[in-house]
Design a protein around this ligand. Structure first.
Ligand code: SAH
Ligand code: SF4
Length: 416
């Protein structure tokens, strides 16, 4: 059985080629294998038909949220029977679905092997409250209201943007000191259908407008599956996300950043989290392999489209990386890179050696950048009542903003 959500439209068409052409017109030769055609012309016809069928099926599953082959009324009976036998539309069973007081929704999914991963839906209006000076320049979520919204709290009238924060691995191998997932270690990579499946499920619940790979795991450690999942998410006949609205966040696997840029056109977020190599290596072992110079070099080379910027995430750890000297160093590091900064006050978890800085420290740090015309957003977590199990999802957002109109870093004056 093949999982539908693991297929690009081209792969599905390839699969359908032998079945989408009337049997009678296939090669009459008894030794001909299924899928061999009597003439080049027939071959072409079969290809065209298969492509058309693949498109229809993408519409049914991703845009009309139909998950039963038999309901796809414009497909032939034979084709539906073949699909039933060979292709499974994967459903991720929900284990937990909780809503925080601030509108954040957390989902825990049961994977087939008994493991679990989580996704979070983060409504955008929260960000606007945190950043009252932001432009309201987003397209309304109604544009994406193709999916049935069975949950009033996530209906498109309430929010200008609904960001789905999804996982790429069960656990994570990167061992960042401040991160709960990192402490757990890596269990396994998620498969393509498990990644796309999260978005597919969430889209059935709410009109998701943005996707960020900021859930569990290091997406670039699972590059092949993540890049393919991104391609499927971007398919216009499928979930149809724009490249600006899909953001992959990485702790800094430099060769994989380059490979991602070659593979697929999505937005990039970097977990910077420190202002010097010494500091960064202490909390993120990955920095010992690829230091700030290598990382920022890869950022400079990343094929960003026009008017697009890299998001730099910076977890603020009390008395560790939250001073104004740190701010000045970060400012200097990022000069010349079209960027925006997403400040994340540390989410304390049991046993963590770090503390969250005071709101005042956070505001001062943010102000340093705003005063220099650099976009710097802060998220003070209010989803804490339900998100206790996760070291990061509850506080991470403010990224993946498609149409931010703030000035580019590149155009800002240097540190004073
Ligand atoms: N592995 C990827 C994506 C998942 S982590 C990465 O590291 O970029 C997403 C974000 O959560 C990262 O920016 C990380 O620095 C941040 N994060 C992890 N643990 C956190 C915590 N306890 N408090 C606040 N942010 C945290
Ligand atoms: Fe992994 Fe990201 Fe956590 Fe680091 S911060 S351990 S890379 S999930």
């Amino acid at each position: 059985m093949i999982y539908f959500q693991s297929l690009t439209q081209t792969e599905l068409a390839e699969l359908l080629k032998p079945v989408s052409f009337p049997k009678a017109r296939r090669s009459a030769a008894p030794e001909a294998a299924a899928g061999e055609f009597s003439s080049a012309e027939n071959q072409l016809k079969a290809e065209k038909k298969a492509r058309y069928r693949a498109k229809q099926i993408f519409h049914w599953v991703y845009q009309r949220t139909v998950t039963d082959w038999d309901q796809m009324s414009d497909l032939s009976k034979d084709l539906r029977a073949w699909l039933r036998e060979n292709v499974e539309i994967y459903r991720l069973p929900q284990r937990v679905n909780q809503q925080a007081l601030d509108g954040t929704h957390k989902f825990l999914w049961n994977l087939a092997d008994g493991k679990t991963v989580e996704s979070v839906i983060i409504p955008a209006a929260l960000q606007e409250k945190e950043n009252p000076d932001r432009d309201f320049d987003e397209q309304p979520a109604e544009k994406f209201a193709g999916a049935p919204v069975d949950n009033k709290s996530l209906s498109s009238e309430r929010w200008s943007r609904l960001t789905a924060c999804i996982s790429s691995q069960v656990g994570c191998a990167m061992s960042c000191k401040f991160c709960l997932t990192g402490i757990q270690g890596l269990d396994r990579h998620l498969q393509v259908h498990e990644i796309v499946g999260q978005v597919h499920e969430l889209r059935r619940i709410a009109p998701i407008t943005n996707i960020v790979f900021m859930g569990m795991g290091e997406p670039l450690h699972n590059l092949e599956n993540v890049a393919k999942a991104c391609k499927i998410l971007l398919d216009e006949d499928g979930l149809n996300f724009s490249k600006r609205k899909v953001t992959v966040s990485t702790s800094g696997l430099v060769p994989a950043i380059e490979a991602l840029g070659r593979e697929v056109d999505v937005s990039l977020a970097i977990s910077l989290n420190a202002s010097t190599d010494e500091q960064r290596s202490r909390i993120m072992p990955v920095n010992r392999k690829w230091n700030l110079e290598a990382l920022l070099g890869a950022c400079r080379d990343y094929p960003l489209g026009k008017h697009r910027r890299i998001t730099f995430e910076y977890v603020l750890l009390k008395d560790f990386n939250d001073s104004l000297e740190d701010a000045a160093r970060v400012f200097a590091l990022l000069r010349g890179i079209p960027s925006k900064l997403n400040l994340i006050p540390f989410n304390e978890h049991p046993g963590s050696e770090f503390k969250r800085p005071s709101d005042e420290t956070v505001r001062k740090f943010q102000k340093y950048f705003i005063d220099r015309n650099v976009t710097a957003t802060v998220r003070i977590s209010r989803g804490r009542d339900i998100l206790a199990a996760c070291g990061q999802l509850r506080s991470v957002f403010g990224t993946a903003r498609g149409t931010d109109r703030h000035r580019d870093w590149a155009g800002s004056p240097g540190p004073s």
